[in-house]
Design a protein around this ligand. Sequence first.
Ligand code: A3P
Length: 294
Amino acid sequence: MDNKDIFRRELVDVHGVPLFWSIAEAWPQIEAFEARPDDLLISTYPKSGTTWVSEILDMIYNNGDIEKCKRDAIFNRVPFMELIVPGYVNGIQQLEALKSPRLVKTHLPVELLPSSLWKNDCKMIYVARNAKDVAVSYYYFYQMAKMHPEPGTWEEFLEKFKAGKVGFGSWYDHVKGWWEKRKDYRILYLFYEDMKEDPKRELLKVLKFLEKDLPEEIVNKILYHTSFKVMKQNPTANYTMMSEKEMDHNVSPFMRKGISGDWKNQFTVAQYETFEKHYNQQMEGTTLKFREEI
Ligand code: A3P
């Protein structure tokens, strides 16, 4: 396949959710994913802190052994379940080859999650991040990660984001869908902003959820190793081990800013006002609340 047959193609609807064309084509294989009861699912809407929490979990699984966590790139240590791109990656096959206990990454909304994950009652950690910071981060990610269609201008991208016409669909439906599911399944629902505010508190929540104890010194080691500054310099965490055809860090680095409230540098006052109006309509009636800066 030529690059133009793979990259920058339009998204394709799968049960109403826009996904990469190659995920849509491989959908039956993804739906048939066979979970194992001791799988841990890491679920997020894109750009919400997936890589951060993945690195934390791999470190916990390896009792803070930094060398072990450098055994491979994060996208191989924690395979992206539904990511299938011919000639590049197949998340389902990667996971089949992994020994248990596995860490499994997904961006799927609840209604598209393969049923075996529910049936096996797998533990799941969801990380949510405020909509405006996600929109900004996603806009820069669209530019550097070539599986996405061209983002257009910021104004154009923001409209698509609000309408849910971006990869993995509506942010609103995603965060609300997972928020509801937590009532019936073993889901730990975390917030990026809380992790920024007090990473230790959130790490201890994760340990409790996993029913795992680690000595204080290892907890501190994990916190250091998973700080933005250290992860940005770590080739096994910062996505520079991915081919340049797929991600161009010269356009925008994967580890971009890692802060809360960057939306203030991007939104105009008019964009902010229309966004807030639309946001309040979309989030009406939910108990789910976000903080937008720390
Ligand atoms: P920005 O683009 O706002 O910098 P994901 O892993 O879900 O794709 O999310 C990527 C976002 O998380 C990027 O946000 C990235 O910089 C940020 N991020 C990654 N590691 C982080 C860390 N250790 N601390 C804080 N933010 C981090």
